[in-house]
Write a protein that binds this ligand. Sequence first.
Ligand SMILES: [Zn+2]
Length: 172
Amino acid sequence: MLTSSTKGRFFLLIGGLWLLSTIGVVCALFWPQIGRKYEVQKGEYCNENLERLFEAKQALARELNWDPSRPQPPVIQQLELKDLAPYLRRDRLDLSCPSGGHYQIRPLLDADGEVVPPICDHAKSDPDANGIDEDSEGLHIHLRSHLQNSDTGLYYRDPGLAFPGDPQTTPR
Ligand SMILES: [Zn+2]
């Protein structure tokens, strides 16, 4: 015969198992949304990084005031993050993509003397496997260099801008 304390423990065990299985079901239901939300946050953080890099490139370009008809020196063609350091806020010197993407920041200017938007190589990935790349969803991109399709809501590169070194310019 079960004592009342054994019964109590038995019901506590059943209650605990029930609670655990409920938590498990809820997590399984919402995990994709939670995971996606986290991915979106990382992508938006990356957008901000690319904006900081773009602003730093603009500042350097203003200072150089380079005539685009003259041959471009290495600081323009082979621009590196360290060249932008004086134009970045101190707390933003360690710019890295939170999703592990790599930034392509060179060159500084295109053939017309316009500042070239920086690129994150994670933009071409599709972590939620919905057939739409991150960049089309407006993530891991320099937003101001992109346009949004008013019908689909998807982002694409501004066709009026050059993205030297990365030929992927197909609009969606
Ligand atoms: Zn990124």
